[in-house]
Design a binder for this molecule. Structure first.
Ligand code: ADP
Ligand code: MG
Length: 243
């Protein structure tokens, strides 16, 4: 379970999240939707403490932090190892091979020795269809391939939650489809996924739950069926853009 309680975050005095509360069960795919600037990234980044809100609390599977007080390094580390993030841009290490990009993080975390990490990395790269490019460097891959490697890398640290922040927004439709396919596979395995995306098809087909952010708060929290049938004016306006 990932739980946010009364979380508030502002930038330069402008509130972005206003007392947001959310409980995400494990084994579910939650898709976070909302207009640009509605705080989707801030919400996701709060989940692994890339952003630290002013108030509220966060707990993930027994590790908790309360915002407002100073967080200890130990608390931050405990929360961070519960999740792994996949960003929009390719954030692979450019000077390391595909294999090393995936094998390194668990070694650096002290979770595995190099041989074990490499074997596991090869297996994960197979899962995302990238085990034929183990010795390649990121620059020589397409954007879709890089994102699939980034997903394998996120899986390598065995996080409880995988957090995706618009992982396909920079990709052409064809490359987007290959990344979405990997994400669909993860959802079918009942991994715990939190996905910020504008891919409405993914939200409709794959989400167990839709969270819609608007005006600093949660404008909808429920099933895709409920969301897409909603007659709420703010939601209709958001969805009209995709029609
Ligand atoms: P979204 O991901 O939904 O587009 P964000 O969470 O990125 O929204 O941003 C929400 C609001 O907070 C925006 O108005 C954005 O300009 C502002 N914001 C986000 N990050 C920062 C930051 N580091 N410094 C100042 N303002 C920020
Ligand atoms: Mg964003």
């Amino acid at each position: 379970m990932l739980e946010l309680n009364d979380v508030s975050k502002s930038f330069g005095g402008t509130p972005v999240l206003k007392q947001v509360s959310l409980q995400l069960r494990g084994g579910e795919t939650t898709v976070v939707l909302g207009p640009s600037g509605s705080g989707k990234s801030t919400l996701l980044r709060t989940m692994n403490l890339l952003e630290v809100p002013e108030s509220g609390c966060l707990s993930i599977n027994g590790d908790s932090v309360t915002f407002g007080a100073t967080l200890t390094r130990k608390q931050v580390a405990a929360i961070r190892r519960r999740s792994a993030m996949v960003f929009q841009g390719y954030n692979l290490f450019p000077h390391e091979t595909v294999l090393e990009n995936v094998a390194m993080p668990p070694v650096l975390n002290g979770k595995a020795d190099r041989a074990t990490a490499r074997a596991r990395a090869t297996e994960l790269l197979g899962k995302v269809g990238m085990d034929h490019r183990l010795q390649e460097y990121p620059d020589n891959l397409s954007g879709g391939q890089q994102q699939r490697v980034a997903i394998a890398r996120a899986l390598a640290v065995e996080p409880d939650y995988l957090l995706f922040d618009e992982p396909t927004s920079a990709l052409d439709p064809e490359l987007e489809a290959e990344v979405i396919k990997v994400m669909v596979d993860l959802a079918r395995e009942r991994r715990s996924l939190v996905v910020v995306t504008h891919n409405i098809g993914f939200a409709r087909r794959v989400a167990d739950r839709i969270v819609f952010l608007a005006d600093g708060g949660i404008g909808f929290d429920g099933t895709p069926e409920g969301f897409f049938a909603s007659d709420n004016e703010r939601i209709r306006r958001y969805l009209n853009v995709f029609d």
